[in-house]
Design a protein around this ligand. Structure first.
Ligand code: PMP
Length: 359
């Protein structure tokens, strides 16, 4: 006789309606959907890493405070190591912020369309989400920001500059104003920071609850490492250290991240190359029947005119080109987002798009 089915335990009620975060990983020839770097890190970094990995004491726990990694990141930004929190991708940094400053009875503010994991991670941590909207041209609308901050009094306010998926960079005056108006912690997500010509890092000091998050996944070409960090006031970092799990950063990752910073000049060179390639991609899109938004990142948001964005996404996929389908996201009807790839990948994308659009 088959055993009687066991009743499945109920999940937390606030998770019932929550959908997982999906970004399809499809096997295609041209993958331009997750804003990775198309160029690997330098071979010299690989060699240095291999040498240091061979000396790791694998039977010991890693340095819990990630002392050397934090010192290296602090050195890069000219801040104190106590002002740096490193974590498994900037997503874990965001999760730590939500765990420490969000949670039951507290609210996080986001301005859509923006990086969806801000509201998703807030929800997972039991933080309520107050959604404000960007202006019709997708820029940050300060009147709307004031309204949301007044009504929701958020414990956390998320900005994203360059903003994913629009690519737009928030003007420094606007970021400064939000920092002055917000009642709680202001998080400026700069995952694409080095692609832009301005940063909120200059706003970080010991007196203001402003933090800037960065990642190794994009400009440092290390998405495989899962490493990100935050720069903020040391007293705030100390609170975040209470919510991260002990030894959350493994020994190999700490070494990989520390060594990567020795190759800053190479990173800047890669970024400059990708910015130039982005302008070529933008020019190519400009010759096709699409609307596009100004990008300060390594991706471009565009909307095929008069067409069905999802059908265009499918048409590209049939041609083995994968881009991000944002066509059903609120405020982005019909839009797709393409990551800047190698010149060959971008040419393949432009050719496939021209074919799909029949131009
Ligand atoms: N912030 C933004 C705006 C992003 O686009 C991403 C990655 N897509 C992240 C954070 C997360 O990056 P990480 O790989 O460091 O978790």
């Amino acid at each position: 006789m088959a055993p009687a089915a066991v009743a499945r335990p109920a999940v937390r009620p606030d998770l019932v309606a929550l959908e997982g975060y999906h970004s399809p990983q499809v096997d295609v020839a041209v993958r331009l959907n997750t804003n990775e770097s198309p160029i690997p890190p330098p071979a010299a970094w690989r060699d240095a890493l291999a040498a240091e990995l061979s000396r790791i004491e694998w039977h010991r726990y890693p340095d819990r405070a990630a002392t050397e990694l934090r010192a290296a990141i602090a050195g890069l930004h000219g801040v104190d190591p106590a002002q740096v929190l490193a974590a498994n991708g900037s997503n874990e940094v965001i999760q730590s912020l939500c765990l420490a400053y969000g949670g039951a009875g507290r609210t996080a503010a986001v301005f859509e369309p923006t990086y969806r994991l801000h509201s998703h991670i807030a929800s997972i941590t039991g933080t309520a989400v107050a959604v404000g909207l960007r202006a019709p041209d997708l820029s940050l609308d300060l009147d709307e920001v004031r309204r949301v901050l007044r009504q929701a009094e958020p414990a956390l306010t998320f900005l994203c500059s360059p903003n994913n998926p629009t690519g737009m960079v928030d003007p420094p005056e606007a970021v400064r104003e939000v920092a002055e108006l917000a009642p709680g912690v202001v998080v400026v997500d700069e995952a694409y920071g080095q692609f832009a010509d301005r940063s909120a890092l200059e706003l970080v000091d010991e007196d203001r609850p402003v933090v800037v998050t960065r990642t190794y996944s994009k400009t440092w070409s290390m998405a495989g490492a899962r490493l990100g960090y935050l720069v903020g006031p040391s007293w705030l970092v100390a609170e975040l250290e209470k919510v991260v799990l002990p030894y959350h950063l493994d020994a190999a990752k700490q070494v990989a991240g520390r060594l990567a910073l020795r190759f800053e000049a190479e990173m800047r060179e890669r970024v400059a190359g990708l910015v130039a390639e982005r302008e070529r991609l933008v020019a190519g899109l400009g010759r096709l029947p699409v609307e596009q938004w100004p990008s300060g990142a390594n991706f471009v948001l565009f909307r095929p005119t008069g067409g069905d964005g999802h059908a265009v996404w499918e048409g590209l996929l049939e041609r083995s080109v994968l881009v991000r389908d944002c066509s059903s996201w609120p405020g982005l009807e019909g839009c797709l987002r393409v990551t800047v790839g190698t010149p060959a990948e971008d040419d393949a994308f432009l050719a496939a798009l021209a074919e799909v659009l029949g131009s």
